[in-house]
Each structure stands twice: as structure tokens, then as C-alpha cells.
Design a protein around this ligand. Structure first.
Ligand code: URP
Ligand code: ZN
Ligand code: ZN
Length: 460
């Protein structure tokens, strides 16, 4: 039997219009006025007054990652459950081989971590944290496996590969039509600033943002963009946090380069006062890299989103429990870095963006769904509600409201960075490929139904 979602407003990257949605199996069959004979054969779901978004895509998660001498609190089971509860029907996680391991090994490991455990659909980016002839050859194999996007780091000794290797990698990816995200921070100067703090015996959590300032992120953004200029390759600046970094992106675009920019809810909705709380643990919960910045940076990011200079909002979901954060008590550099966010992204960005009048609904739709689908080779199967697309649907009730609380969340974390946040509107239901999987905050599926998505090339 077909399903008819009746009475809602369908949101796309271009607008928002009154339209009913007919679902047949896993796909959207028709939108708009549905002929009565088809409606009569369908189960009707009343969504009057709700907005229907194409399922959100979070293109930046770290589930089941061994990092900072521990493992992230969320694996693919709890992470993907948390995702779908928050309206995210697709995640793209970072497969991450260690230096010395092959990309094939890394990919196989990530399939073992994820396959059969996901409550939403999923794909992988491949991390390039080593560069040699074997890895260069393996890049070709990755496309056959549905991996069309990669990631490089300009910080973290275990992951960074240096300017020459990044140049060579970008050239290779350009040849293949691939796209690469880059974590931009100047590692060397950060190390020196950290050493200075330690020499002075300073160890407050606030040392974390003080040793990773905005301009050292901007320097790395400027550098990778010059390297990309030399390689004549496009690049994605992941988790852009501040005005100076955004200005580097603007300059590269003015030179004619193809640059995409991602930011995250924590950089849009929070500011660096989180690191100056009296209680050490309260501040440590917000440690992530790059750190959360100033109010003026938030404003710059919102303006960038509104003007299309920031293309996507993903979460960088990399969760640790308070117990795990406590490990860093004696040394601020050992606080596991990362925040949970995949469960709250849609409601936090709707509330602070759309309801606050900073962006409109199509911009939200582009940032959370359409642009990641296009950028990472999933469009138009994902990222739009159109005939033939997957019936991944977020039914958002603008008249609803609730308070975000860790105890209500399904992420495997005992705190939430948005604890006490009052949402404007709320997710009523989430549908994954034609099936209702979330209703009023409850994940209905008891068995993981997410499937691996082999992805095509960038189309943004
Ligand atoms: O602190 C963070 N963001 N950890 C996750 C890994 C990364 O840098 O993206
Ligand atoms: Zn990063
Ligand atoms: Zn990340």
C-alpha cells in the first residue's frame, strides 16, 4: 500500500510550498495535488501545518573512533540511532586507517564497525593520513567502493601528512574528480603555545582555546587553499569556525578557486564563554578542535550561511562521556576532543537560524540536506523530495517546542552541550526510505535498517 502525507509544506533548496507527498515503497512517487484515485489506494497520514524536509545528511561524524587514548562513546549503533532521532537519515563517517595501514584495510575496518548496526543510511569518507605510491594507487580502488570523498589533517601528529603530501594527494584527487575535506589548524605554532602554557604551569580548560586561536586556523585555511591553487583542485574546509578563516575562503573564491565550506552547530550556537566556567568539568565538556569561538565569529558564520558562502552544517559528532573527559584533568592537552551533536542538529539550527530570523527555510534545507547530498555524490537520490528520490522525510512541526535534555537523548553520552535549550518547533516524525522510524522522539525501529551508500562524484 502507498502512503500519502497530506497537508504539509515541502521544503527544498529553492522554496517551500504546500504539497502532498505520495510514497510508494522506498521512494517518493509524486508531489503536489495527488489524484483522488491514487489517494484512495493510500494510507493517509495527516501532516497539516508541518514542514516536510528531505532527510537531513550529516557528512561529518566520528563513530567508534579510537582517538585520544580512548574510543568515542558512540559507536555506529548508538550514533546512528541518535542521528535518526534527530532527523538525520544519512551519515557520512570518516574511515580512518592508522599510518602504515592501507586504505583497503581502513575501509574494511569501517565496514566491520558499521555494517548491520546502523539505524540510518551511511557512507564513508576516507582519511588520507599517509602518502606513498601504494596509497596513491589505492585512491583508484576507493571509487569502485563508493568512496568519492577524502579527508586530510593539518594538525594531530598521528594524522597530518604535511604540505608536499597534501599537494600530491590533491593532484591525484583532482585527476579522479574527487573532493577532499581538510581540518585546518597550524600544528607547529599550537605546539609552541602549548609548551609555553605548560612551562608557566597553566592548566585551565581555557588554555585549550587560547593555544588554538582563530588566526592559526585561518593561517592553515589560507595555506591549504594556496596548495589547492597549485594543484588546481577543489577543497572542502571542514568545521569552519571563525570570520578570519571565512575571509581566507572568500579570497580564494575571488581568485577563482572552487572551495566549499562546512560549519557545525556548536560554532553557530555557542561561544567561547563555555571554556571559562567555574567548574573544570563543565568547561571540559566543550573541548573540541578547532575550539568554539566568539560571538562575532558566530555572526560571520550566520552571514556566510545566509549568503551561500558557508555551504553545509554538519556536526563533527565525536562524543565522549564526562568520565572520559575527566582523564584530562591534570593536562588540558589530554582532554578528549569532540562533542555530541548528531541528535540535536536539526532542531538547534532551525531554532537559532530560522526561528531567530537569521536564515530562511530553503537555506536550512540546503545546509542540512541538499548541499551535502550534492557535494558528496548522493543527489538526487538524497537531499530532495522529488519523484524517484528516497522517501527520507523529516516532518517538522513549527508549533511544537521542547527542552533538550541529555536524559531524553539516545546518544551514549551522559551530557548534552545544549542542555536546557528550548527548541522552536520540533521533529514529529522521521521516515527512512518510506518507513516511519521515529515518532515523537521515540525510535521505532528495534533492528538496524540503515544501508551502505556507495556514492558518486561531487555535483555542487
Ligand atoms: O575535536 C574534534 N573536533 N574531534 C573530532 C576530530 C576532528 O578534528 O574532526
Ligand atoms: Zn577535524
Ligand atoms: Zn571531525
Amino acid at each position: 500500500m502507498k502512503t500519502l502525507l497530506r497537508g504539509g509544506y515541502v521544503v527544498s533548496g529553492r522554496g517551500c510550498r504546500r504539497a502532498d507527498v505520495l510514497i510508494d515503497g522506498e521512494k517518493v512517487e509524486m508531489l503536489g495535488h495527488i489524484p483522488p484515485e491514487l489517494a484512495a489506494q493510500s494510507e493517509v497520514v495527516d501532516v497539516t501545518g508541518c514542514m516536510l524536509f528531505p532527510g537531513f545528511i550529516d557528512a561529518h561524524t566520528h563513530f567508534d573512533l579510537d582517538v585520544c587514548n580512548t574510543t568515542t562513546a558512540d559507536d555506529f549503533e548508538s550514533g546512528s540511532k541518535s542521528a535518526i532521532r534527530g532527523g538525520t537519515t544519512t551519515v557520512i563517517d570518516f574511515a580512518c586507517p592508522n599510518k602504515g595501514e592501507s586504505l583497503a584495510y581502513g575501509l574494511d575496518l569501517w565496514h566491520k564497525k558499521a555494517d548491520g548496526k546502523c539505524y540510518c543510511d551511511y557512507g564513508f569518507h576516507m582519511t588520507i593520513d599517509d602518502w606513498n605510491e601504494t596509497i596513491e594507487r589505492e585512491i583508484d580502488d576507493m571509487y569502485a567502493e563508493g568512496i568519492s570523498s577524502f579527508k586530510m589533517y593539518m594538525t594531530y601528529p598521528a594524522m597530518m601528512i604535511g604540505d608536499e603530501a597534501m599537494y600530491k594527494a590533491l593532484k591525484k584527487l583532482k585527476e579522479k574528480g574527487g573532493i577532499c575535506g581538510v581540518h585546518c589548524e597550524n600544528s607547529g605554532v599550537i605546539d609552541a603555545l602549548v609548551a609555553e602554557k605548560k612551562a608557566k604551569g597553566e592548566n585551565a580548560v581555557s588554555c585549550h582555546p587560547q593555544t588554538r586561536p582563530d588566526y592559526l586556523e585561518a593561517e592553515a585555511v589560507g595555506r591549504i587553499l594556496r596548495i589547492a591553487q597549485a594543484a588546481e583542485a577543489p577543497v572542502v574546509i571542514v568545521h569552519t569556525t571563525n570570520a578570519a578563516a571565512l575571509s581566507e575562503i572568500d579570497q580564494a573564491r575571488t581568485r577563482g578557486q572552487v572551495v566549499y565550506s562546512e560549519t557545525c552547530p556548536q560554532y553557530l550556537a555557542l561561544d567561547d564563554s563555555v571554556y571559562y566556567q567555574e567548574d573544570w568539568l563543565s568547561s571540559a565538556k566543550f573541548v573540541c578542535s578547532p575550539p568554539i569561538r566568539k560571538k562575532a565569529d558566530q555572526d560571520a558564520l550566520w552571514a556566510g550561511l545566509k549568503e551561500g558562502r558557508v555551504n553545509t552544517v554538519s556536526t563533527d559528532h565525536c562524543s565522549f562521556t564526562t568520565q572520559q573527559k575527566l582523564v584530562g584533568q591534570g593536562d588540558f592537552t589530554t582532554i578528549p576532543g569532540g562533542l555530541p551533536g548528531v541528535e540535536t542538529r536539526g532542531e538547534v539550527v532551525y531554532t537559532t537560524g530560522v526561528a531567530a530570523g537569521r536564515i530562511d527555510l530553503p537555506t536550512l534545507c540546503r545546509a542540512l540536506s541538499e548541499n551535502p547530498a550534492k557535494l558528496y555524490g548522493l543527489y538526487p537520490r538524497k537531499g530532495v523530495l522529488a519523484p524517484g528520490s528516497d522517501a527520507d522525510i523529516v516532518i517538522y512541526d513549527p508549533g511544537d517546542s521542547h527542552v533538550i535534555r541529555a536524559e531524553d537523548c539516545v546518544a551514549n553520552v551522559d551530557y548534552n552541550p545544549y542542555e536546557g535549550f528550548v527548541t522552536a518547533g520540533g521533529i514529529r516524525e522521521v521516515w527512512l526510505r518510506g518507513r516511519k522510524t521515529v515518532e515523537n522522539g521515540k525510535v521505532l525501529d528495534t533492528v538496524p535498517a540503515g544501508m551502505y551508500l556507495a556514492r558518486g562524484k561531487c555535483d555542487l
